[in-house]
Design a protein. Sequence first.
Length: 82
Amino acid sequence: MNWQLQEAKSKFSQLVNQAIDEGPQIVTRHGEKVVVVLSISDYEKMVQPPPSLLNLLLNSPLTNSGLIIERDKEDFGRESIL
């Protein structure tokens, strides 16, 4: 939802409640979008660093699936062209 600055100031509690209940709220000044008010949970999701590849693999749903990934002992990888 878009809020004009004057309305956002006079109805700040409503603005905050809507940010919590409905998502980010945009505030405009002279018809131009200038700020966004969002809940702390939305903010924390936005600034949280992405998980490392190691954590993604360790927390994969396939971790305990019995899937065995190992290289054939006779497979030495690609042949070098050098």
